[in-house]
Design a protein around this ligand. Structure first.
Ligand SMILES: Cc1cc2nc3c(=O)[nH]c(=O)nc-3n(C[C@H](O)[C@H](O)[C@H](O)COP(=O)(O)OP(=O)(O)OC[C@H]3O[C@@H](n4cnc5c(N)ncnc54)[C@H](O)[C@@H]3O)c2cc1C
Length: 231
């Protein structure tokens, strides 16, 4: 898996801080921006993070180039509707030498690796033969597995990313999207250390868990009617 932060809003934390200050100030926008140093930006951003007034975070936007994830992972990723995506097409790009993501638990299980390698070999051969027989790529792709690698460009604002990190850094999220979320967080934290200081699952940021019966037990789960007894 490869993740690159290809671009982001210029000076994102000062941009967000200026937006916060603007809401409460009679001054001109230029004056507001000039009057914000790092300490003031940290104070303003810290305040909205605590209050949950997060719309101001939408002024900071980040674009990632993501390669070498499976279609299983990209399907989970594109469920995040507040982000924008452009994905390599299996309709227009012929997958004659497809790479496949092997889950670590499969790679380390005796005999399992050989089983999936043989299955992928067989599928790749069949896919190529379908193309040779004149079947279009858009129809031949129906036999490609969830493991098929894909490339995707993702753009999301800081508010949407905080939501993404909360959900996908949880141990309940699958290993691959969790790994992706970790790599993305490492990159945005370098650019926006204040905004993303407390990014992560609620067990780490707020001391509670919303996963109920499915909680890993790291923090106390919020109980809902119908949940089993707390463990
Ligand atoms: C551990 C885990 C297990 C999951 N299991 C399943 C599963 O079994 N089946 C399944 O289908 N999905 C599953 N999902 C996906 C999940 O339901 C969400 O679709 C996905 O995490 C995107 O989250 P989101 O809607 O908060 O993000 P976004 O779509 O980016 O939305 C961000 C926020 O905007 C608001 N919002 C967005 N759209 C609307 C809207 N239409 N109306 C009102 N508010 C809106 C909400 O506050 C939302 O939290 C799972 C996710 C996780 C993390």
């Amino acid at each position: 898996m490869r993740v690159e932060l290809v671009s982001h809003t210029h000076d994102p934390e000062r941009t967000v801080a200026a937006a916060i200050r603007l809401c409460y100030s009679a001054s001109d926008i230029g004056e507001i921006r000039d009057g914000i140093d790092d300490a003031e930006a940290a104070r303003l951003i810290g305040k909205v993070l605590k209050l949950g007034h997060l719309s101001v975070l939408e002024h900071a936007s980040f674009t990632f180039a993501i390669e070498g994830i499976s279609r299983a992972c990209s399907h989970q990723l594109v469920r995040h509707r507040m982000a924008s995506f452009s994905q390599q097409s299996q309709r227009y790009v012929k997958m004659r030498t497809c790479e496949f993501v092997i889950p670590p638990a499969v790679a380390s299980k005796a005999g399992a690796r050989e089983l999936v390698d043989a299955a992928y070999d067989h599928l790749q051969t069949a896919y190529n033969e379908l193309l040779e027989a004149g079947v279009t790529a858009e129809d031949a792709r129906y036999i490609l597995p969830n493991a098929a690698e894909t490339k995707i460009i993702m753009t999301a604002n800081a508010r949407s990313l905080l939501n993404f990190f909360e959900l996908r850094l949880c141990t309940r999220a699958q290993w691959e999207i969790r790994q992706l979320a970790e790599m993305m967080l490492d990159k945005v934290r370098l650019i926006c250390p204040i905004i993303f200081a407390a990014a992560g699952p609620t067990c780490e940021t707020s001391g509670y868990c919303r996963e109920g019966d499915m909680s890993c037990g790291k923090a106390e789960a919020v109980r809902f009617p119908g949940d089993k007894e707390a463990h």
